[in-house]
Each structure stands twice: as structure tokens, then as C-alpha cells.
Design a protein around this ligand. Structure first.
Ligand SMILES: [Zn+2]
Length: 187
């Protein structure tokens, strides 16, 4: 089996869920790299931006770099309180550093609030800027079912498409350089 051919795109998937803070608390809502004034926020180690976190997980998954918890451990003080925007930027940087070009990411937010529609394009732009690649955002509800339908929290699911920049591990038989046939080293 050959793996990681440069010509073949790689997909990744990510899911994230956070509970809403109790009514009456002043936890701010951060979603899709935007502030949502007047909305009760989500509880989490960081800003609990489910859309950004799902996008990060999809990118890490596609590149084989693990997942959000492993990449930005909850015990690591460097990332305590990091915003979704910061995590998404850093994730994208690491994916590129690992030798990939990010094609696109799609994120679907699942829940009753906030209503994403009026700010969907603004959120898409904020997420795309953080990632440095196109992110498409959509939203749906679950017809009153499950934790998102009961308004207990918010979920997001994401997929990412990336392409490896080079494919050094693929060597065709007969192409192996030997002796004086070896190409001169690149300066
Ligand atoms: Zn999260």
C-alpha cells in the first residue's frame, strides 16, 4: 500500500460539543470566531467555540496530527483560555508546517441559538481569515431532539480537505539513484 501521494487529497473530520452556561451567568458567547453580545456563552476550557474547535479537529485529522486535545492539551498552560481564533490559526500553521496545503474546510453548527443566518457570511470570513483558507459555515437544528434540541448545548461538525505538498516517500522501482547517477545535492 502506498500512502500520502501528493496528487491525492486527504479528508479529515471533527466534532465538538459544549454545554451552555447556566441562565443568568455572564459567560460571553464566542462562536465561529465572533463575539455574540447578549447571548449566554458555552462552558469550556477555552472559549468553547465549537465551530472553530471542530474545524481544528478536522484539519488535525486530515493531516494525521492527532486531535485538539492532544495538540493543545488541557493541562498545557500555554493554551488555557486560548480563543477559537488563536487555536484555528495555530492549527493551520502546524498543518502547513507538516507539509500540507489546506484546500477548504466546511463546518456545520447544530443547535437552536444563536441564530447564525444573519451573521453567517461575517463568521465565514472571520474563520477563513484565521485559517488562511476557505471555510464554509452552515447551521441546522435537530427538531427539538437531543442535547442541542433541548437547548442544553451547541455542537459542530466539520470536514477538511488538504493536499500534501510533496511526496518524497514514493520511490518508483528503477528510479533509485546509485553511484555517480546520484543527483547533485540542492544547495
Ligand atoms: Zn471545544
Amino acid at each position: 500500500m502506498t500512502t500520502g501521494c501528493a496528487a491525492l487529497p486527504r479528508t479529515g473530520i471533527g466534532v465538538d460539543v459544549h454545554a451552555f452556561a447556566p441562565a443568568g451567568t455572564d459567560r460571553p458567547m464566542r462562536l465561529a470566531c465572533l463575539d455574540w453580545p447578549g447571548q449566554i456563552g458555552l462552558v469550556g476550557h477555552s472559549d468553547a467555540d465549537v465551530a472553530a474547535h471542530a474545524a481544528c479537529d478536522a484539519l488535525l485529522s486530515a493531516s494525521g496530527l492527532g486531535d485538539l486535545g492532544a495538540a493543545f492539551g488541557t493541562n498545557d498552560p500555554r493554551w488555557a483560555g486560548a480563543s477559537g481564533t488563536e487555536l484555528l490559526s495555530e492549527t493551520a500553521r502546524r498543518v502547513r508546517e507538516a507539509g500540507f496545503t489546506i484546500g477548504n474546510v466546511v463546518v456545520q453548527v447544530i443547535g437552536n441559538r444563536p441564530r447564525l443566518g444573519p451573521r453567517r457570511l461575517e463568521a465565514q470570513q472571520a474563520m477563513s481569515e484565521a485559517c488562511g483558507a476557505e471555510i464554509a459555515l452552515s447551521a441546522t437544528t435537530t427538531d427539538g431532539l437531543g442535547l442541542t434540541g433541548r437547548d442544553e448545548g451547541l455542537a459542530a461538525i466539520a470536514t477538511a480537505l488538504i493536499v500534501r505538498n510533496t511526496c518524497p516517500e514514493v520511490v518508483h522501482s528503477g528510479d533509485v539513484p546509485t553511484g555517480d547517477d546520484r543527483p547533485a545535492p540542492v544547495a
